[in-house]
Design a protein around this ligand. Structure first.
Ligand SMILES: C[S@@+](CC[C@H](N)C(=O)[O-])C[C@H]1O[C@@H](n2cnc3c(N)ncnc32)[C@H](O)[C@@H]1O
Length: 300
């Protein structure tokens, strides 16, 4: 069965979600995603019947409201998306100018879910970018018009069937969410790549907010102390170049590299390099998934 996804989103774990959930326990009381984005992992966990309760959180409020509307009011989202999407084809309307008009309206406060969805669907590779005022400033992908409403509708209704009635939504800093987790929860964390998004050393503002490395490590120490199981996707490796600092040994995590396919950036530079995404699992979680005798590269 094809797993539904609402819209392209930079950093989405859609492609490797099936590798990630192999490390889940057979049943989870509640899956908590503090950096949920478009929540690819929760959606797959629901498809695979790993869990009946979900909590998705992201600091980006319009994004989380869009996911909430997709789950709880898909028809409304689909109808409003259709009307915004269709607007770009009006007579005498230049579709690129139309995108910038919608983006301007969004930045001026009209942050409704359909507008967020249209912007994500039409920006280059779903790659959100924000300026220091928190305004979305990514350009329009001029080669495409954004996902067709019928495709959005098919995916939105299926996501709704999977998550409706059993998902909580919030838009808070991840630390507030971690403080409210309890034993029996499984926390899956997919923070922004190190060095991105408004951290002190940020090279680009990829997401609306970033995460400080040391602060993040302190939060993981607290989860260990409280006996809460977790899984973290955190940077990785392109070719033989390690990206970002690895999580420290004192956390006693298992560290696995997942083959995420050819690196788009390297391909653009004329090289063929594989990207490996790091996955860390807290020590009580299984190291080798069922049916898997060996992981491509393992660091103990
Ligand atoms: C790599 S993306 C997650 C992608 C997600 N796994 C998916 O499948 O779509 C990281 C997310 O973390 C969010 N984020 C950044 N800083 C945060 C914070 N301090 N607390 C909560 N969320 C945060 C960003 O808005 C972004 O959506």
């Amino acid at each position: 069965m094809k797993v539904p996804h609402l819209v392209q989103y930079q950093g989405s774990k859609r492609i490797i979600a099936s590798e990630i959930i192999k490390f889940f326990p057979d049943r989870v009381d509640r899956l908590v995603e503090p950096f949920s984005g478009t929540c690819a992992v929760s959606i797959l966990a629901a498809v695979e019947n790993k869990c009946d309760n979900f909590w998705v959180n992201d600091i980006n409020e319009p994004l989380i409201r869009m996911i909430e509307e997709c789950v709880n009011a898909p028809q409304k989202l689909v109808d409003e998306y259709f009307s915004i999407w269709e607007g770009q084809f009006q007579k005498d309307q230049n579709n690129v100018d139309y995108f910038y008009k919608v983006r301007e309206e969004f930045n001026c406060g009209k942050k409704d879910s359909a507008r967020m969805l249209f912007l994500l669907a039409r920006i280059v590779k779903g790659a959100v970018r924000y300026n220091i005022r928190g305004e979305l400033n990514q350009s329009c992908d001029k080669r495409r018009y954004g996902t067709k409403p019928q495709i959005i509708a098919n995916n939105a209704f299926r996501i709704s069937e999977l998550l409706r009635g059993r998902t909580s939504f919030s838009s808070k800093d991840y630390k507030e969410i971690l403080a409210l987790t309890k034993p029996g929860d499984l926390v899956y964390m997919d923070p922004p790549y190190q060095g991105t998004s408004n951290t002190f050393y940020a090279r680009d503002n990829r997401y609306i907010q970033g995460v400080d490395f040391d602060e993040f490590v302190d939060e993981l120490i607290k989860l260990n102390q409280r006996g809460i199981d977790f899984i973290v996707s955190y940077d990785g490796m392109t070719g033989d170049k390690i990206i970002g600092k690895q999580l420290p040994k004192k956390l006693e995590l298992n560290h696995i590299y997942i083959n995420a396919g050819l690196s788009t950036q390297a391909t653009l530079n004329g090289k063929k390099e594989i990207t490996y995404e790091s996955l860390y699992t807290s020590k009580r979680l299984k190291y080798l998934p069922n049916g898997c005798e060996q992981i491509e590269i393992c660091f103990g």
